[in-house]
Write a protein that binds this ligand. Structure first.
Ligand SMILES: NC(=O)c1ccc[n+]([C@@H]2O[C@H](COP(=O)([O-])OP(=O)(O)OC[C@H]3O[C@@H](n4cnc5c(N)ncnc54)[C@H](O)[C@@H]3O)[C@@H](O)[C@H]2O)c1
Length: 341
């Protein structure tokens, strides 16, 4: 298939593009390139792509495309809170516009990168399925819910949106993000000797490796229409339904000499959910996640050591919020996060 991959120069897109290409698909990228230079190790060649802001997409960008994988977004809760109105402009309105243009151009499948953050403060008890009430607690998560709703309204006999509700990602990508929990804690452990948990460690935070997300999207792209049409799927694995304290213990085991410090304060982030991932396995027989949290912690520690991660880069270059704040302060982007050049 000819696949338009938005966000191909982000953390997940950089891992996903080669997986799609290896599966025989022709990938065309589209990204504003906000983090294209936030690189830790060698980047595989990007697929042919365009530097375009999602808000400026036209019919030309979706012409001749069989499927869209839509990753581009302000990609986490703190970013969304930086400027909620921009989050709705980019993550919600521009995404729905892209989907409309795609549908009008005859694109048949639209895989949308949603998130388990839509479950919000679901509590620690039962596993949440895709039928659980959605309780987004941030503009970021709310924007994802609104897109799912609007895509559902666009679905028809020819156009199949699929809502991929990813758990929190982890693992090495050359375009690293250090602002997601496992990637962050491994960096702290290596740079300071402490696995610093700024809460009591009890929230549940299901995790999934970036490479498993890439495989899941590829599987959803190739699945029969009736298996995925207009359906939401939690993407991850029950083995990686872990609390923040458990994540910290895995990190301390992977980084010798480091120790867990749990501050016990009331965390700023009220999210807590344990997730049931069985629907996707049933829809796409043969699919399962391959990576555990333990393997991911070891992989990250090796990659950080091997590529010489510095504290400066850890805190600024690989933290999405810090990069955008820096770009706004230097005037590289305007107050709507568009490049000035
Ligand atoms: N990483 C996770 O833990 C996780 C979990 C669940 C869902 N997701 C979703 O997956 C997607 C990809 O996440 P990621 O971790 O790769 O994030 P990322 O920040 O690394 O990548 C997002 C990409 O979108 C691009 N982008 C942002 N605004 C844009 C705009 N206005 N126009 C064009 N491009 C723009 C950025 O340049 C970047 O390359 C996002 O939609 C995110 O919400 C991520």
């Amino acid at each position: 298939m000819r696949v338009l991959l938005t966000g191909h120069q982000g953390y997940l897109g950089t891992v996903m593009a080669p997986v799609l290409t290896a599966a025989g698909h022709e990938v065309v990228g589209l990204d504003a390139g906000l983090f294209a230079d936030c690189v830790l190790g060698p980047v595989p060649d990007d697929p042919p792509g365009r530097r375009v802001d999602l808000r400026d997409i036209t019919a030309e960008h979706v012409a001749g495309v069989d499927a869209v994988i839509h990753l581009a977004a302000l990609s986490n809760d703190p970013l969304g809170s930086l400027a909620p109105e921009l989050t709705y402009d980019i993550n919600h309105h521009a995404s729905v516009r892209l989907a409309r243009l795609a549908r009008d151009a005859g694109v048949q499948r639209f895989l949308y990168a949603s998130t388990c953050s839509v479950y919000g403060a679901a509590g620690g008890g039962d596993l949440v399925t895709e039928e659980a009430p959605l309780r987004p607690v941030t503009p970021y998560a709310e924007s994802k819910v609104r897109v799912e709703d609007d895509l559902h309204a666009l679905s028809d006999g020819d156009f199949s949106p699929v809502y991929m509700r990813n758990a929190t990602a982890f693992g090495y990508s050359p375009r690293l993000r250090a602002d997601i929990v496992l990637n962050n804690l491994v960096g702290h452990a290596l740079l300071s000797g402490e696995v610093l948990v700024l809460s009591d460690g009890t929230p549940w935070r299901p995790l999934v490796h970036a490479a498993d997300i890439a495989r899941a999207f590829t599987a959803a792209l190739e699945a029969p229409r009736e298996a995925v049409h207009d359906r939401a799927f939690n993407i991850g694995s029950e083995v990686n339904n872990v609390t923040v304290a458990e994540i910290a213990e895995e990190v301390a085991a992977a980084v010798s000499g480091s120790k867990v410090v749990i501050t016990g304060e009331t965390g700023a982030d009220p999210r807590s959910y344990r997730v049931d991932f069985s629907r996707f396995r049933a829809a796409v027989p043969g699919f399962d996640c391959e990576w555990t949290v333990k393997q991911g912690a070891l992989e990250l520690a090796d990659a950080y050591r091997g590529h010489g991660l510095t504290r400066e880069d850890f805190e600024r270059r690989f933290t999405r919020l810090a990069v955008l704040r820096g770009a706004a302060e230097t005037g590289a982007v305007d107050d709507t996060l568009r490049w000035r050049r």
